[in-house]
Design a protein around this ligand. Structure first.
Ligand code: SF4
Ligand SMILES: [Zn+2]
Length: 325
């Protein structure tokens, strides 16, 4: 835990919680579940994929001196209903005291994230946890280390400037459900992880024109994610990896990329995953999958499939107000 991450859009992962339960089709081939099952019973995953608080790891980021982008809970979902609110407050207190790092929280449970981050009571709870974290930090930090705050910060800066909030979106259905909730979540940066992308997703019908609510029935009373009053800051797209990976039609990531480019939203194409586009070859072969429109994808493995979309590597990040960027 806290090892350097191989995930393209982050530097390190931090797992103060491990284990989870599935919520939607994007969870079908959850890598965290497979990994936890493989190492169940070891010190890393004593309870397999059962939700487990890992208080020993609560203060890990306070040891890391070099600024990093930190993926919070790559092996779980911080807003799972079995994680106590007070424990989530401790995680936020740790992040508040480590302003050199940028924390990226990704959830499939945005309802709880929105309700906590808009709640004055939760913010108070974070403040009450700060002295405990400061005391714990003194045990893990070198006395000369100034990368960690030693006094209670002024939480007027709430939402924390070094915490990015994201939701996973694998299909139109979940775009319609999760994006509006993310838009009402206070956060320095709001982002989507569309991985594994399992279908075409239309994020915008207004094409940047004046917003008309009738044209956005799926965004009831909320604004366009790309052009509205709360536009998203960053969108990550990727295909699925692993033995049971589902192919991603090239038009799906391309459509999101074009919408992002037209509206100034940062776009990162993480990977094709297991399947790569193969426009003309391989008809009749078992390692080729054809979509109904005839577009073919060949199973070549993640490494060979790479991460170029239309001849280019898309590695954009949102403009940030601080942290590791
Ligand atoms: S929410 Fe994330 S960690 Fe939890 S089961 Fe789904 S994919 Fe896995
Ligand atoms: Zn729009």
């Amino acid at each position: 835990m806290g090892a350097r991450s191989r995930i393209e859009w982050t530097d390190a992962s931090w797992n103060p919680v491990t284990g989870c339960t599935e919520v939607s089709a994007g969870c079908d081939h959850c890598y965290a579940r497979d990994l936890a099952a493989r190492f169940a019973g070891t010190a890393a995953y004593p309870n397999g994929f059962e939700l487990t608080l890992r208080p020993k790891h609560l203060y890990d980021p306070l040891r890391w001196r070099r600024p990093r982008r930190v993926f919070v809970n790559s092996m779980s979902d911080l807003f799972h209903h079995l994680v106590p609110t007070q424990y989530i407050a401790k995680v936020f207190a740790t992040m508040a005291l480590a302003p050199a790092h940028t924390f990226q929280i990704l959830t499939k449970r945005p309802g709880r994230m929105a309700s906590l981050l808009t709640s004055a009571a939760f913010r108070e709870l974070v403040v009450t946890e700060l002295p405990t974290v400061i005391e714990a930090a003194s045990a893990v930090r070198a006395p000369s280390d100034r990368s960690v705050r030693q006094e209670i910060p002024d939480l007027v800066e709430w939402p924390l400037v070094n915490v990015w909030a994201g939701v996973s979106v694998e299909s139109q259905k979940w775009a319609n459900v999760r994006i509006p909730v993310l838009q009402r979540t206070p956060a320095a940066v709001r982002f989507l992880s569309m991985e594994p992308l399992l279908s075409h997703v239309r994020l915008c019908d207004c094409d940047g024109a004046a917003y008309e609510i009738q044209r956005h029935p799926f965004l009831v009373n909320l604004s366009c994610p790309l052009h509205g009053t709360v536009p998203l800051d960053w969108i990550i797209v990727g295909g699925e990896s692993g033995p049971r990976a589902r192919p991603m039609h090239p038009a799906w990531p391309r459509g999101i990329q074009q919408a992002c480019q037209a509206s100034g939203v940062a776009y990162l194409f993480k990977q094709w995953g297991e399947w790569a586009p193969c426009p003309d070859t391989g008809a009749g072969r078992d390692d080729v999958f054809r979509f109904p429109d005839g577009v073919g994808m060949r199973r070549v493995g993640r490494r060979e499939a790479g991460r170029e979309l239309d001849g280019k590597t898309w590695d954009e990040y949102p403009a940030t107000v601080g942290g590791a960027a």
